[in-house]
Ligand binder design. Structure first.
Ligand code: IPD
Ligand code: CA
Ligand code: CA
Length: 267
């Protein structure tokens, strides 16, 4: 892995440990223990166990760093300059239904700024990674590492746009339908695959030209923001153009040339 720094290598190793748990449980989906966090918000024993393995691995390799984890929450560290942001299973609903599209997402902040990210799609054995200032890469299942660069398409009629739809218990259905109506009328196609982390990684890889979703959590997007940016995409908050969408979780991401027209359809 010529382009992975020691920190990114540590994050990849942790992601692979979480992935082992998920791979085992995915093979036995019908036996999964499932609990509800809220309306239509599920957590499996696999989410929790994956997080434990990731946490254990990172804590061993980077003692002192702080954490923000989806299942365990905030864990402080003696090193106040670094914080890992972890989603141990992004795409739980797909996972529970035997749909092989989900990921592990690990981001890290340095001095309060997003610094590096790793997103692992274990079903395809694709490891996306990036570190600020060093580019974004995909390490594929053959062990080949390739640099990711967002294509510079400007014509939305040629573009595939990914999104996340609100569901039972989540606000914003009417607003989303308005946005969807406009974007689908102008673009070549819309996709809703169910892992926001992979949506961002796939924009970085040029598989999607753009992505928008509202109400995401920091662990859904921390790693993906760094990966998409390092591949040349613009990532910002929907509505405000604030370059940091982590607060509201309302995010838009695409290549620079596409962004003005894409944004126009979301207002
Ligand atoms: C979900 C996925 C999904 C997005 C949801 C997230 P989870 O994460 O990223 O694509 O639409 O908003 O909550 O719950 O599977 O970790
Ligand atoms: Ca998530
Ligand atoms: Ca999750």
């Amino acid at each position: 892995m010529p382009n992975a720094s020691p920190l990114v290598t540590v994050m990849m190793a942790a992601a692979r440990k979480g992935a082992r748990v998920l791979a085992r449980d995915f093979g036995e989906v019908e036996n999964l223990q499932v609990s509800r966090k809220g309306p239509a918000d599920f957590v499996t024993a696999a989410d929790k166990m994956s997080e434990e393995k990731i946490f254990e691995s990172l804590r061993h390799d980077r003692p002192g760093y702080g954490y923000l984890m989806e299942e365990r929450g905030e864990v402080g560290g003696s090193d106040k300059t670094h914080r890992f942001i972890i989603d141990p299973l992004d795409g739980t609903l797909n996972f529970m239904h035997g749909n092989p599209h989900f990921s592990i997402s690990i981001g890290v902040e340095r001095d309060g700024e997003l610094h590096a990210g790793v997103i692992y799609d274990l079903m395809r054995d694709e490891m996306f990674f990036a570190e600020t200032g060093h580019g974004a890469f995909l390490l594929d299942s053959r062990g080949i590492e390739k640099r990711l660069r967002v294509p510079n398409r400007s014509d939305i009629t040629e573009c595939i746009i990914a999104t996340g739809t609100p569901w039972l218990g989540k606000p914003g259905h009417a607003k989303f339908l308005k946005e969807l109506h406009k974007v689908m009328a102008h673009s070549a196609g819309i996709r809703r695959f169910g892992s926001a982390a992979l949506d961002l990684a796939w924009v970085a890889a040029g598989r999607f030209d753009g992505f928008w979703e509202r109400g995401l959590q920091p662990w859904d997007i921390a790693a993906g923001i760094v990966i998409a940016r390092e591949a040349g995409a613009i990532v910002q908050e929907l509505d405000t153009e604030n370059p940091n969408p982590m607060g509201s979780g309302d995010i838009i991401c695409s290549g620079k040339a596409l962004l003005p027209e894409f944004m126009q359809h979301l207002t």
